[in-house]
Design a protein around this ligand. Structure first.
Ligand code: BES
Ligand code: MN
Ligand code: ZN
Length: 493
């Protein structure tokens, strides 16, 4: 898909050339060359402030005066203020425009987009990433859905240095994210625990991962009382999905990802209000993130070992459903009093974490759409974190800075931990109250991580966007997919 081209003159059949113009800066020399062929029209339009406003893209047709048919002129704002984030957003909206314009071949004047902060290599990664992210669409199931989709097939990077590898990496990151988005956006009836296991199976086949899917009987034998308790209220069989990628067979180190795979959360007997309950098909967002990250890892193949564990169930209510007041015994042996059946994520994750440890995980990251409270605290742009190990947290935060996915770490002082122990009849209370809801939810999971370095990422706010953004449409965002992959890839460095 990606190729290098050194001169504009060498471009052929490329429908469009994307180039950047910074505010108050002279044109890049290649832009100037093209502009000469166009009787300095670009410069004139810029002076008249008709093009190149920040974040805006203008299509200029060259009417046979240049090799390329059209210029996509993007306004990049002040050069000193350019960031990977702003460039990603701008390039993603350009990608979407290219798709809408049914462009199948495009070239990028890489250098014209670069700055001191965002160098050519980063630009190439961002071009790849933005091509995937910006063109993602949510599948619909309408009877008349016969629009022919034209996808971008050829991408030329104009410049001296070979940046094809970088662009490919970016594209892989974007595609992994889109894979997570797709899982999140799929309706609950079409994305049951069985379907999720099937997706994991496909991923394993694509990348050669080891896979194991535990069935209800296996869970009963092993004593996964917490996952089984949540699954009791549903006719859909639960699954414990395990993938393993071995990139460094000699190493004992095994990074464990644990993703919440709740394919629909009605709340159970502690039922949720009816408004917006349909959005709870996204409650397998953590699982989607983990699978998306495994997709990236499987393509990049770093010399690191990774385990992915996904406890998956529905949270519904039938005559056998889990009830408030029930006491259950988790895989770890710890008992839990269920004060609220809607706090089900931490229950299935408890067994997921314990199982990951049993399978040899030496460090853990769990990802979950865990609490409404995290949205109150941080909104929908920042993921909330809880940890038992500051060094491991630091590694995750560093990765998230590279991917521009924001994380905020919550405090874990002793009084929060004490709140979990407020049951008279069991070791733990699954719903100790409204206060510090995201912290106590995270720390509940931490009780099962015990001494193993662990980071918890609450993506209840970030996994879903209620309106389209530059990076993607309304719905699943694939939040933290790129960060999880980056954490693992950084270990190789
Ligand atoms: N899946 C929800 C959390 C959630 C809420 C995700 C909104 C995305 C959007 C989780 O299972 C849940 O219901 N949490 C409860 C916990 C409470 C009962 C302690 C919540 O946040 O209200
Ligand atoms: Mn719930
Ligand atoms: Zn839930």
């Amino acid at each position: 898909m990606f190729q290098m081209v050194t001169n504009v003159e060498d471009l052929n059949q490329h429908d469009a050339l994307v180039l950047g113009i910074f505010e108050g800066e002279p044109f890049h020399e290649e832009v100037e060359k093209i502009d000469k062929l166009l009787a300095q029209q670009v410069m004139k339009l810029k002076r008249a402030k008709k093009i190149a406003k920040q974040g805006q893209t203008t299509v200029l047709y060259t009417l046979g005066n240049s090799q390329v048919e059209a210029l996509y002129v993007i306004g990049l704002g002040k050069k000193v203020e350019s960031t990977t984030e702003s460039v990603r957003e701008t390039l993603a909206s350009v990608s979407r425009q290219l798709k809408e314009d049914k462009i199948s071949k495009v070239a990028y004047l890489v250098e014209s987009l670069a700055s001191e902060q965002v160098k050519k290599h980063d630009i190439a990664v961002l071009i790849g990433e933005a091509l995937a992210l910006g063109t993602y669409t949510v599948l619909n199931y309408k009877e008349k859905n016969n629009e022919v989709e034209v996808s971008i097939e050829q991408v030329a990077l104009l410049g001296e240095e070979d940046l094809v590898g970088a662009a490919r990496v970016g594209y892989i990151y974007g595609q992994g994210t889109n894979r997570a988005r797709k899982l999140v956006n799929t309706p609950g009836n079409l994305m049951t625990p069985t379907d999720l296991a099937e997706e994991a199976n496909e991923l394993a086949n694509e990348h050669g991962f080891e896979i194991e899917v535990l069935e209800r009987e296996d869970m009963e034998k092993l004593g996964m009382g917490a996952l089984l308790a949540v699954a009791a209220g549903s006719d859909q069989p639960p699954k414990m999905i395990v993938l393993k990628y071995v990139g460094d067979p000699k190493s004992e180190e095994l990074v464990g990802f644990v993703g919440k795979g709740l394919t629909f959360d009605s709340g159970g007997i502690s039922i949720k209000p009816r408004e917006n309950m349909h959005e709870m098909k996204m409650d397998m967002g953590g699982a989607a993130t983990v699978l998306g990250a495994m997709d990236i890892i499987g393509s990049i193949k770093p010399k690191v070992n990774v385990l992915a564990v996904i406890p998956s169930s529905e949270n519904l209510l039938n005559g056998s459903a889990l009830k408030p007041g029930d006491v259950i015994t988790s895989l770890s042996g710890k008992t839990i009093e269920v004060r609220n059946t809607d706090a089900e994520g931490r229950l299935i994750l408890a067994d997921g974490i314990t199982y990951a440890k049993q399978l040899g995980a030496t460090s853990l990251i769990d990802v979950a759409t865990l609490t409404g409270a995290v949205m109150i605290a941080l909104g929908d742009c920042t993921t909330g974190a809880v940890t038992n190990n500051n060094d491991w947290m630091e590694e995750v935060v560093e990765a998230s800075i590279e991917t521009d996915e924001w994380i905020w770490t919550f405090p874990t002082y002793a009084p929060y931990k004490k709140m979990l122990k407020s049951s008279d009849v069991a070791d733990l209370n699954n719903a100790p109250g409204r206060l510090a809801g995201s912290i106590t939810a995270g720390l509940f999971i931490g009780e099962f991580a015990e001494e193993t370095p662990w980071v918890h990422l609450d993506i209840a706010g970030t996994a879903w966007q209620s309106k389209a953004s530059n990076l993607g449409p309304l719905g699943g965002t694939g939040a933290m997919t790129r960060t999880l992959a980056q954490v693992v890839i950084n270990k190789e460095k």
